[in-house]
Design a protein around this ligand. Structure first.
Ligand SMILES: Nc1ncnc2c1ncn2[C@@H]1O[C@H](COP(=O)(O)OP(=O)(O)OP(=O)(O)O)[C@@H](O)[C@H]1O
Length: 588
């Protein structure tokens, strides 16, 4: 086993007197809760090389890693500080260091090379690195991580078989190495991998550490071939450090305290057995207690060469790169878009057949028209329930990339919204409107058709806006479905078709002002009825007379106020959705 050799170069990270506590809420409404100390006054030093943080489950190793990497909510930090090369750092360290999360968070529909290119494009400033430089970097990382053979293979999704687990992990490491960070944090890099793959990942990290990197990682219970590659070991138990020092001296330290490690025992297992109280002290040292052994070795202070790219990224450039990835993702995973389009076509034909060429004779002229409009609006609203998945699907990816400084929240929001609205909402609605409108035999002039299609689009977009708001506010589909169905049903009741709004209890009727159904129904009714004449054997009824009877303002403003209200609902919902995205908790 190598000791953390003094001639390795790279940044040195120290942490002093870190106390971290969390407040466990007792119930849904209870704001105050019971305080739990996750880290109890811990101090230590991580030098260039391989720094492992080990301990039994729940001992606080991930918490320590997250606190020193600036990923844990600073509100919980009661005391202490983290220094890199003797300079105090804040949680902004997360923007300039590299952190590989335990569950590989990658875009499954993109290839290994495309994922690395995405990272390099967003994290290296475009004015300092040419496209060739970036391609060169991607190729270098592919070579360094031995990923050339699967460079053009897709990562894989739940529907698409992709690269292997080890390759995924190497790709995740590559996403971070692409900026050549000197400080690399990894949360349990071997979890979920088979023994050989785990070994090769640790060997890779060791190789990287020999080239000027300080590698800090948490690990649960490594086998000996892995353990012997560690330079420095931090052993944790119940939020405290019980050993910190050269990994190859840890056995000796415990033996000095009276704990005997059998010849064939794996030191990593031995330490956990000692911590768990499964090994008793021998050598007449029954009272042996484990003390923190803070190793005060001298180290050379090197200037931190971590650079902060956050300010350099240009929003428009980011938008191009993120939109490019979103579009690629949709093109390679087109099921939702196809389903939306096919559903709209089938539904349009169905509605067209049910209400085929509505006559101008009473009473069916009115009954069928209003019934058809209500039916169409129901389809426009409920057909967009799928929009609730927009931000839930990629929540983990967004949190990881956004907190690592890949892009701004606004860039992500705009790219997702446009990439969803055009193929999934606007295009299918126009196709739907064209088929249904002419099959039903509504007004033949083009202006009336365009206003009909516009109203249908605005109804659809307002419903989508509400779905986006729900999607950005919760993290589970079950919750999203409950939250979206309820307002839609209420809006339907207050739409003016199922109940006469003028006869409602006055304290309830205000809800009609928030009903997408009402605005949509009024707009299409005005558009269709104005200038029409309906007859039966004895009666002549003009569209205007009908609208007046219903209490609908059919002036030009009367029509457009509905469109503006729909636009307003959509804009407010989109804005709130964006605010909700900003409010998502990025801390671990
Ligand atoms: N944000 C949090 N909210 C609630 N509890 C937390 C939070 N962060 C840490 N803890 C608690 O702190 C303790 C240490 O957690 P941590 O994840 O650091 O342990 P660990 O050693 O990494 O465990 P494991 O190997 O199981 O991942 C646990 O009891 C955990 O429940």
């Amino acid at each position: 086993m190598e000791e953390c050799s003094m001639d390795l170069y790279g940044p040195t990270l120290t942490f002093q007197n870190l106390c971290y506590c969390i407040t466990e809420k007792q119930g849904f409404f209870c704001r105050k809760g019971h305080k739990k100390d996750v880290l109890k006054d811990v101090s230590g030093i991580m030098k260039p090389g391989m720094n492992a943080i080990m301990g039994p489950t729940g001992s606080g190793k991930t918490s320590l890693l997250d606190v020193i990497a600036g990923r844990k909510d600073p509100q919980g930090l009661c005391s202490g500080e983290v220094l890199v090369d003797s300079k105090v750092v804040t949680s902004d360290l997360r923007l300039s260091s590299a952190y590989v999360v335990q569950d590989d968070i990658l875009m499954g529909t993109l290839t290994v090379r495309e994922n690395l290119a995405f990272s390099v494009n967003l994290r290296l400033p475009p004015d300092q690195f040419s496209s060739q430089d970036k391609v060169f970097r991607v190729n270098n990382v592919l070579e360094e991580l031995c990923l050339q053979d699967c460079a053009d293979t897709k990562i894989g999704t739940e529907f698409l078989r992709g690269i292997s687990g080890g390759e995924r992990k190497r790709c995740s490491i590559g996403m971070e190495l692409i900026t050549s960070p000197s400080l690399l944090f990894l949360d349990e890099p071997t979890t979920g991998l088979d023994a050989n793959t785990a070994n090769s990942i640790i060997a890779l990290l060791q190789r990287l550490s020999r080239n000027g990197k300080t590698i800090i990682f948490s690990i649960h219970q490594p086998r000996f071939s892995i353990f012997r590659q560690f330079d420095h070991l931090t052993l944790m138990n119940k939020g405290e450090i019980i050993y910190a020092g050269p990994a190859n001296q840890a056995v000796g330290y415990f033996e000095d305290l009276g704990y005997k490690c059998e010849v064939f025992n794996n030191p990593a297992d031995f330490f956990l057995d000692v911590i768990n109280g499964e090994i008793d002290p021998v050598l007449g040292l029954p009272d042996a207690e484990l003390h923190i052994r803070a190793v005060k070795s001298s180290y050379v202070c090197l200037s931190a060469h971590m650079s902060s790219w956050e300010c350099i990224n240009i929003a428009i450039f980011q938008l191009r790169v993120v939109c490019g990835r979103t579009v690629k993702n949709i093109l390679r995973n087109p099921q939702t878009s196809y389903a939306q389009l096919i559903l709209n076509i089938i539904f349009a034909v169905l509605v067209g057949l049910i209400y085929f060429q509505i006559p101008h004779t009473l009473p069916e002229a009115l009954q069928n028209r209003i019934g058809a409009f209500f039916f169409l609006i129901i389809n426009m609203v409920f057909g967009n329930l799928s929009a609730v998945e927009l931000f839930i699907n990629e929540r983990a990816l967004f949190i990881h990339e956004n907190s690592s400084g890949y892009y701004r929240t606004s860039v992500y929001f705009l790219s997702k919204v446009f990439a969803d609205l055009v193929p999934n909402r606007i295009v299918p609605v126009f196709i739907f409107s064209s088929i249904a409108y002419y099959m039903m035999g509504l007004k033949t002039d083009v202006e009336a058709f365009l206003l009909f299609a516009l109203t249908m689009s605005l109804v659809s977009l307002s419903a989508v806006g509400l779905a986006f708001l729900v999607s950005a506010s919760v993290s589970s589909f079950a919750m999203a479905n409950i939250l979206i169905a309820l307002p839609f049903v209420f809006m339907m009741v207050f739409g003016g078709f199922l109940v006469n709004l003028n006869s409602m209890l006055s304290w309830m009727s205000w809800m009609k002002w928030a009903s997408i159904f009402r605005y949509g129904l009024e707009a299409v009714t005005i558009n269709e009825m104005r200038g029409q004449v309906f007859t039966d054997n004895y009666t002549v009824l003009t569209g205007e007379m009908y609208l007046k009877m219903q209490g609908i303002d059919y002036s030009l403003w009367g029509f457009w106020q509905n469109e503006i209200a729909l636009l307003g609902i959509m804009s407010v919902c989109m804005l709130l959705a964006y605010i909700q995205l900003l409010r998502i908790n990025r801390w671990k």
